[in-house]
Ligand binder design. Structure first.
Ligand code: SF4
Ligand code: SF4
Length: 73
């Protein structure tokens, strides 16, 4: 089961790829889709491998990513 959930606000994304470069697991890429601003928004390739480190969310200058980490008792 995935340890974290990554949420994207696709319409805010400018396709700068800072998150892509920041992910230690190389789990992010730009999608084929085009958002309202004309950019290819970032997407997660493999949720299962995401550690929930939050680096992608911290790096995004447009606050287009939120990471929710699962807390286990
Ligand atoms: S939370 Fe960490 S591991 Fe998950 S996609 Fe973002 S940078 Fe990669
Ligand atoms: S850092 Fe933010 S704006 Fe840049 S590609 Fe990633 S989600 Fe989009």
């Amino acid at each position: 089961m995935a340890r974290a959930k990554v949420y994207f606000n696709e319409q805010n994304c400018k396709g700068c790829e800072l998150c892509v470069a920041s992910c230690p697991k190389k789990l992010l890429r730009l999608s084929e889709r085009i958002n309202n601003q004309g950019y290819h928004p970032a997407e997660l390739t493999d949720e299962e491998k995401c550690t929930g480190c939050g680096l992608c969310a911290v790096m995004c200058p447009d606050v287009a990513i939120a990471v929710e980490r699962e807390v286990r008792a």
